[in-house]
Design a protein around this ligand. Structure first.
Ligand code: ADP
Length: 167
């Protein structure tokens, strides 16, 4: 009966008047990125496009985060970025990933404390699959990558909510 009933001192339990869908909406709005974040897959900005392709394949992810020598977020490379780089006459064994990646400051990122629903809106609005979860580094203005939120993570949250409703 979570949410349907509430308790007050001297009053005892009372009916909150909230409908099932109101309670579900409240629940959805409270989910934080931290609850559904995955492990990020990162490559150094000095790696070649070929190495990035191998990492993406072996780690079974759709987006790689590129970090600079200080360990800070420098860019993002998606499946299509790597495909595009492989289609031309360029030598993928020698082009560094930082030539073809989407780079800072054009990267959209989020923090563990952000709401998952806001991230879902961003992914849809910007038509991208994934956001790096970051924390501010102690040094300068760099961002450390601490996680990854993809459309799959949001689907997992959706399934988990449905499961909770059945219990
Ligand atoms: P794919 O290209 O495999 O369909 P996306 O739709 O996620 O994957 O990526 C589309 C483009 O947006 C790519 O050029 C990629 O580098 C860029 N991109 C992906 N994620 C982000 C992000 N979080 N911030 C900025 N650009 C991104």
């Amino acid at each position: 009966m979570a949410g349907y009933l509430d308790a007050r001192p001297r009053v005892g339990y009372f009916y909150t008047g909230k409908t099932g869908s109101q309670l579900l909406t409240e629940k959805v709005k409270k989910i934080k990125v931290a609850e559904f974040t995955s492990i990020p897959v990162v490559v150094q900005d000095s790696a070649t496009v070929y190495e990035a392709i191998c990492t993406m394949f072996l780690e079974d992810v759709g987006t790689l985060f590129i970090i600079n020598k200080n360990g800070h977020l420098a860019g993002v490379a998606s499946r299509k970025d790597l495909l595009r780089a492989s289609m031309g006459k360029q030598e993928i064994n020698s082009i560094p990933i930082n030539i073809i990646m989407t780079r800072m400051p054009n990267i959209t990122y989020c923090f563990k404390e952000d709401y998952l629903l806001d991230i879902a809106h961003i992914l849809i609005g910007k038509q991208i699959d994934c956001l790096p979860v970051v924390k501010r580094s102690n040094e300068e203005s760099g961002l450390e990558v601490v996680g990854r939120i993809t459309k799959t993570n949001i689907t997992k949250a959706f399934v988990e909510l449905a499961h909770d409703e059945l219990l």
